[in-house]
Design a protein around this ligand. Structure first.
Ligand code: KG4
Ligand code: ZN
Length: 342
């Protein structure tokens, strides 16, 4: 079965073709980061318009790369939510319009399910069950994953998401959007002994997170400098921030593994690309004897491959999910717990 996947929930247009027999056939991506950078964050209306411009050229590119015709597609998966309403509408309408024209079925996919399953696209995929830490720009969740469509929420952020904390703290340091990669790079040269930022909810014993206080601590630290921060001041603040957030993320993963008795940890979402997080988790894994799995770096952030893959897995498990009803609706807010297999 060949599934076309279309992702357009935020600022990346992603298109991919996944074949259940031969794996990922092709994928193409357009990131809008450069367009949004001058505004310091994503401008929803600009995002929607750009998805309109990009979707069909990317689709053609993907088909060409895979050397198949659109008639060979068996089903179309698209991100139905959560995300920006206008942006989601573009991908959904392209998917449903194309499916209608081709007479093929569609399936709406939850964006986080895409992230959650993305490590299964890697060359060494984990077996079920596993604990997943989902860390993206909009979400921070710990889940227990027993199989496709078998997801149990164990804990989540009560305020800002981890990626949001990275982005907001980076902005306070005058770094460009998206700040995650930039603040991490800067942190490498920082002195860890200068700023001791709080580790929110580190000892709360549950699996929830809170990051808004950490962002405020960064703001307070920045304001304490009488003059503009030098590059090394910025690096020191960055280091304090990164050390604090990584400590919390790692500690909560360890608690989830301990409570569940599982030995496999999967990291998904944009923050999963973070090198400090990977180093800390790999170190903990060696010490505590668990294995950590990551998506390929290019599939950490938003992409079409994870949507095509999630669509293929869902349809393979339950073919009756394929619908020929093209009256789509998007779900800007959509808890993953609402996913079921019927
Ligand atoms: O998963 P994603 O592409 O989009 C959402 O679904 O939200 O995640 C984007 C987030 C942004 O907040 C970005 O700053 C963060 O992931 N991010 C990183 C890194 N790369 C992306 N955060 C820390 N370190 C990175 N290397
Ligand atoms: Zn995402």
């Amino acid at each position: 079965m060949i599934v076309l996947g279309i992702e357009s929930s935020c600022d990346e247009t992603g298109v991919a073709l996944y074949d259940t027999q031969h794996g990922l056939l092709a994928h193409a991506l357009h990131s809008q980061i450069a367009m949004h950078q001058e505004y310091g964050g994503v401008v929803p209306e600009l995002a929607s318009r750009d998805h309109v411009r990009r979707a069909l050229p990317l689709l053609r590119q993907t088909l060409e790369q895979a050397q198949i015709s659109k008639e060979q597609i068996d089903a179309i998966a698209y991100t139905q939510g959560p995300g920006l309403a206008g942006a989601l509408l573009v991908g959904s309408s392209v998917a449903c319009g194309l499916a209608l024209a081709l007479g093929k079925p569609v399936i709406g996919i939850h964006h986080l399910e895409g992230h959650l399953l993305s490590p299964l696209l890697a060359s060494e995929p984990p077996d079920f069950p596993f604990i997943a830490l989902l860390v993206s720009g909009g979400h921070t969740q710990l889940m227990r994953v027993d199989g496709i469509a078998e997801y149990q929420l164990l804990g989540e952020t009560v305020d800002d998401a981890a990626g949001e904390a990275f982005d907001k703290s980076a902005k306070l340091l005058g770094l460009d959007y998206p700040g995650g990669p930039a603040i991490s790079r800067l942190a490498v040269t920082g002195d860890a002994s200068i700023h001791q930022f709080p580790r929110p909810m580190l000892h709360s014993k549950d699996l929830n997170f809170s990051f808004s206080g950490l962002k405020t601590a960064v703001l307070t630290a920045v304001k304490k400098y009488p003059e503009a921060l030098s590059d090394s001041d910025k690096a020191n603040v960055a280091r304090g921030f990164v050390d604090a957030i990584i400590d919390v993320l790692v500690a909560k993963c360890l608690t989830a593994l301990k409570q569940s008795g599982l030995k496999r940890l999967v990291i998904a979402g944009g923050v999963g690309a973070n090198q400090q997080l990977r180093t800390a988790l790999n170190g903990a894994g060696v010490k505590k004897r668990f294995k950590v799995y990551y998506p390929e770096l290019e599939f950490c952030t938003d992409n079409g491959a994870m949507i095509a893959f999630a669509g293929a897995m869902r349809l393979q498990k339950n073919p009756s999910l394929a619908t020929y009803d093209y009256s789509f609706n998007v779900k800007p807010r959509w808890p993953l717990s609402e996913i079921n297999d019927s």
